[in-house]
Design a protein around this ligand. Structure first.
Ligand code: ADP
Ligand code: ZN
Length: 626
């Protein structure tokens, strides 16, 4: 069959984008990728989270004959994607282990009829008994492999079943495959085409930069105080706080709740219905803050998350960037704040030491090193991040804590000598916290146990604050003047450099505590709110939101299935009062216009006429009735 015969609707990709999805223009790279895929060619797509990857196979699915099979490892994501497609009037379904037998046979009936355009399956499902043969009878027109980095053992989400996907290209020789991912370093990139057997695939690599996202790293001491400041700046706005432990998420959610904010915990130990309830509440905007373990947010498409806080440092930059990428998808200013303390590095090293596969452990350690370098950096953080993803920006970003408050250095030789000589006099048998006790002259258990109060340096740094000592010692480790012996209780060790400082008057340059204080002060500044940039009437926006919620409750679907916030904001700006005007709203395709134009344009009409008569706009809106 020629390419032309493979195509269904004789409309241009732009027209179809407008008709089915209600978007007037393509995002960067989308058009090229879509053209490539509808021409029947393989593609590997690297696009940051929120870049619009799904469109790269959803639109071709509508254009090509046959079924598009989407392989996705995340069951929650499948459900959302399918609901979103259905809400645009597109026939989509999923098959995974969470379904009942009768639900599954319903889907299969539809598949047999050929009425379904997109089928989402988990890799486990794909390789379950006879399933590939079954798929083989269905006239597959395209395969899309989502989260394609899972194929690489270099990746942080390696899934062994993904390697088996290489068989697709052998069995379905003429069916194009598009592999997509948001996170890929160089090694992973190479692996995707190699391991999936996509020898001829063209790579489409988008910029990973998210310029609206400001980046900051703050010391991991007194986190709660700092978090409080951040929360007060973001009254009524949505945010995610990632913690490393389940107990941590619960404690923090409770603390935040007691301040009067709406907050809940989310972790793998919760029952699955409780988890999806929390996730739904968050997506719908009834719940503002989620304190989550690292699993939260996989595949959630929520555009107005204003901040992501990392209560603990993740183990690699891929996870970190994917997690911070959940903030500011609407393109409005958003913030990513990482609390860093060396203890997090120790925790990760502890996990890595338990990994049996030595090769894998080595990779994880190398990745942890890069993450740590980022957290400790005194140069533009975005430059470090982007260079990790193989982009080389020419300029500093002016939207990270280092750019905003470049480091102020001072001659820290005296402080370094104090710390190093304390390590020397305790014969390299103490850890960071005991070293600080010694310098401050604190009679802690550990000091008393080792009788350290008698050594000469005990209390020598009394006049320097605890905060400053923590910073100084951290920097001495970073700059290589002190080493940590992981095998020996994390005790500090001296080396050639430290001896030069102690005995050869080598000088040491340290970043001043004021630099860090200045960066912390920034936490108090009011953010540029989303509403400030767009001229919309907040009362109308709130009303449209409640209208949306009413509909969502009625059809028992999450609110985003009705409209995303971007669509509601656009309605507030355009104020559409006719069907045709309603079609101009972003995210409104023909299907949604048919369903909702009446209700929303009526509401807007009432609003605008109320305004012109000088009335205050009140509960005069029509309520949804089916
Ligand atoms: P990714 O998978 O890359 O993280 P998605 O595919 O979920 O991103 O897309 C993110 C959001 O952007 C979705 O709400 C999607 O509908 C929207 N989107 C995709 N393409 C466009 C476009 N061309 N114009 C406007 N919005 C788009
Ligand atoms: Zn910067």
């Amino acid at each position: 069959m020629s390419t032309q015969e493979q195509l269904l609707e004789n409309l241009s990709p732009e027209k179809l984008l407008q008709k089915h999805f209600g978007y007037s223009t393509f995002r960067p790279q989308q058009k090229e990728i879509i053209q490539h895929v509808i021409d029947g060619k393989d593609a590997v797509v690297l696009m940051p989270t929120g870049g619009g990857k799904s469109m790269c196979y959803q639109l071709p699915a509508l254009m090509r004959r046959g079924l598009t099979v989407v392989i996705s490892p995340l069951i929650a994501l499948m459900k959302d994607q399918v609901q979103a497609l259905q809400s645009n009037g597109i026939k989509a379904a999923y098959l995974n282990s969470s379904m009942l037998a009768n639900e599954e046979s319903l889907v299969k009936e539809e598949l047999q009829k050929g009425s379904i355009k997109l089928l989402y399956v988990s890799p486990e499902r794909l390789f379950s008994r006879n399933f590939l043969d079954y798929i083989g009878q269905l006239n597959v027109g395209l395969f899309a492999i989502d989260e394609a980095h899972c194929v690489s053992s270099w990746g942080h989400h390696f899934r062994p079943e993904y390697k088996k996907l290489s068989i697709l290209k052998q069995v379905f020789k003429s069916v194009p495959v598009v592999a997509l991912t948001a996170t890929a370093d160089r090694a992973v990139r190479g692996d995707i085409s190699l391991l999936l057997n996509l020898n001829e695939a063209k790579y489409f690599i988008s910029s990973f930069d998210r310029p609206n996202l400001s980046l900051a790293v703050l010391p991991g001491q007194n986190k709660w105080k700092q978090i409080e400041k951040i929360l007060h700046r973001y009254q009524n706005k949505c945010g995610i706080i990632y913690c490393s432990s389940r107990a941590g998420t619960e404690k923090l959610a409770q603390q935040i709740h007691s301040l009067g904010f709406s907050a809940k915990a989310y972790h793998a130990g919760m029952k699955s219905d409780e988890r999806s309830k929390t996730q739904d509440e968050f997506i719908q905007g009834n719940l503002k803050i989620v304190c989550a373990t690292l699993a939260f947010g996989m595949g959630i498409d929520k555009s107005n998350v204003r901040f992501v806080i990392h209560h603990n440092m993740p183990g690699n930059l891929e996870s970190y960037y994917q997690e911070v990428g959940r903030a500011g998808r609407d393109g409005q200013p958003a913030e990513a704040i990482l609390f860093y303390s060396y203890r997090d590095v120790q925790t990760h090293l502890g996990f890595i030491s338990k990994v049996k596969d030595q090769g894998y452990a080595k990779i994880q350690k190398a990745k942890l090193n890069r993450m740590q370098e980022y957290a400790e950096a005194q140069v533009c953080r975005r430059k470090i991040l982007l260079s990790y993803f193989s982009e080389l920006p020419e300029h500093d970003c002016e939207n990270c804590d280092v750019c905003a408050n470049p480091p102020k250095y001072f001659d820290g030789t005296k402080e370094a000598q104090m710390a190093l000589s304390a390590v020397y006099r305790t014969e390299e048998t103490i850890s960071v916290s005991t070293l600080i006790d010694v310098l401050k002259g604190t009679h802690s258990t550990s000091v008393l146990e080792h009788k350290l109060e008698t050594i000469k340096t005990f209390g020598a740094g009394k006049q320097i604050t605890l905060f400053s000592w923590q910073l100084f010692i951290q920097q001495l480790i970073q700059q290589g003047y002190l080493e940590i012996d992981y095998k020996e209780h994390y005790n500090l060790k001296l080396n050639l450099l430290s001896r030069q400082v102690l005995f050869d008057s080598r000088s040491v340059r340290l970043v001043s505590p004021e630099t860090i204080k200045d960066r912390q002060e920034k936490l108090k500044e009011k953010p540029k709110g989303i509403m400030n940039n767009v001229k919309v009437d907040e009362s109308l926006f709130e009303h449209l939101k409640s209208l949306r919620k009413e509909i969502a409750d009625k059809i028992k679907k999450p609110a985003f299935v009705v409209f995303g916030n971007a669509s509601l904001l656009d309605m507030c700006e355009i104020l559409p009062v006719t069907y045709d005007e309603f079609l101009n709203v972003t995210g409104v395709g023909e299907h949604k216009a048919n369903l909702y134009a009446g209700i929303f344009t009526e509401a807007i009409k009432k609003f605008t006429s109320g305004k012109t008569q000088g009335d205050t706009y009140k509960e005069t809106m029509p309520l949804y009735s089916s």
